[in-house]
Structures are given as C-alpha cells and as structure tokens.
Ligand binder design. Structure first.
Ligand SMILES: CC(C)(COP(=O)(O)OP(=O)(O)OC[C@H]1O[C@@H](n2cnc3c(N)ncnc32)[C@H](O)[C@@H]1OP(=O)(O)O)[C@@H](O)C(=O)NCCC(=O)NCCS
Length: 206
C-alpha cells in the first residue's frame, strides 16, 4: 500500500466500549462467519489484558481491519471462563461483557506491557475485512501495531520478542513482513497453524 493510501485510514487503539465492540464485530464476521470457528471461543482470556486496534476507513467510517497485542508472558492464568470451548449460547453475552469490561485508557493498557517480566507481545486476531484484502492493509496494520509498541515502550525497554500462531494459509503473509516460522505445524481448533516470531528493537538512533 502506498503511504498516500494509508492516509485514507485511521489506525486506532481501542479505548472505548464502542471501539472494542467494533473489533469484536469484525472478528466474528471473519473468524466465525467466514472461517467457521465457534462463536463461543472468539473471546478468550487474552482479551481483557490485550491492546486492541481497529483500522477505520475515513471515507465511510467502515472498520476495515483489527488486530490485538497481548503482553507476553501472560500476567494472568490463561485458563478461565473465556477459554471454555463449551460455553453455552446463553452465556455468550457474559463473554462479550468480559471483553467490554476490559475497556481501559491508553496508560492502563501500556502498563500491562511495562511490567518487568513482559519481554514481548503476542499478535493475534489479525483480520482484514474481505473487500479490503490484498491492498496492503494487513501489512500496514501489523506495522502500525509494532510502531505503537515502539512509541509507548521505548523509554523503558530495549527490545521485544513478537510471537504469533499463524494459520498455515497466512504464513506467507507474515513471512513477507519479517516473521520467521519456527517449530512444527500443529492443529489449533481443527486448522493447521505454525508459530512465527520476530525480534523488534525499540532503540531509536538520532
Ligand atoms: C491474512 C490477512 C490478514 C492479510 O491481509 P491483507 O490486507 O490481505 O494483506 P496485504 O495486502 O497486506 O498483503 C501483504 C503481503 O502478504 C501477501 N498475502 C496476503 N495474504 C496472504 C495469504 N493469505 N497467503 C499468502 N500471502 C498473503 C500479499 O500477497 C502481500 O504480498 P506482497 O507484499 O508481495 O504484495 C487477510 O487476508 C485476512 O484477514 N485473512 C483472513 C483472516 C486470516 O487469515 N487472519 C490471519 C490469522 S493467523
């Protein structure tokens, strides 16, 4: 995507219930309706402690992409009610409530990443709305998320290890933007995945 095209979009950290709802709506559209993952597992225990981002088309206000970054290693026990794949449908609203309950201002979100034991971020729920794919938006979204980490953490940390669990079909996408696959492919919710990683330096040179 050309830099001039990127000016047609706003990249936004989710700091309101409306922002988080918009991210969740696009995630459901993509991972549940399109890719057929269960709706019940869309929200998980990473959500309340993650930084969520949305990309909005300035022309028509459409949310075109989303991604989340989770401080790594996790500050919480990852096994909680959000992880339960068998959550009955009537409890779905509780899950959304949990996600909306994670509405925090930017400083509160940054604080999760500033903990001494936080050495990196896990990138997940990367989604570009179907009609906007193949235009460089996904690559720019990941770049902007990395830029946010650099901007907000560079005074306190020197480097971060980025990790992600890539669907095998998306491996090339991540490799094009510097993520290197490692380990053996594995099954996650019935789809083949592979771990990928990237080191990012937060040190800026004048
Ligand atoms: C994967 C996804 C996020 C990529 O976003 P996008 O905006 O279409 O990607 P971009 O246009 O920024 O592509 C960047 C590069 O990756 C390549 N690429 C994009 N999607 C790809 C895919 N699924 N497989 C292989 N290569 C891909 C592009 O060809 C492009 O290469 P180029 O630089 O040589 O042109 C998007 O297609 C998507 O949301 N897919 C469905 C959900 C999904 O798979 N999410 C990832 C879960 S791990």
């Amino acid at each position: 995507m050309l830099a001039s095209q990127w000016t047609e979009f706003d990249f936004k950290l989710c700091t309101s219930a409306a922002d988080i709802r918009a991210a969740y709506t696009l995630r459901l559209e993509l991972f549940h309706e399109e890719q057929k993952f269960p709706e019940e597992t869309e929200i998980d225990s990473y959500d309340p402690i993650s930084a969520h981002f949305i990309v909005i088309s300035k022309k028509d206000d459409i949310v075109t992409a989303t991604v989340r970054l989770t401080p790594y290693p996790l500050s919480i026990n990852p096994v909680n009610s959000f992880d339960n794949a068998n959550t009955p449908p009537e409890q779905k609203h509780l899950q959304l409530g949990g996600l909306l309950g994670s509405v925090r201002n930017e400083q509160e979100i940054v604080n999760e990443f500033l903990r001494d034991e936080c050495i990196g971020a896990k990138l997940s729920r990367m989604a570009v709305k179907k009609s906007y794919r193949g235009k460089g938006l996904g690559a720019m979204t990941v770049q902007e998320a990395e830029n946010w980490l650099m901007r907000t953490l560079s005074e306190k940390k020197k480097a971060l290890t980025m990790t992600l669990s890539s669907q095998k079909q998306a491996q090339n996408f991540y490799e094009r933007i510097g993520y290197v696959p490692f380990g053996e492919p594995y099954d996650e919710e019935g789809m083949e995945h592979i771990m990928c990683g990237k080191e990012i330096s937060l040190v800026t040179f004048e």
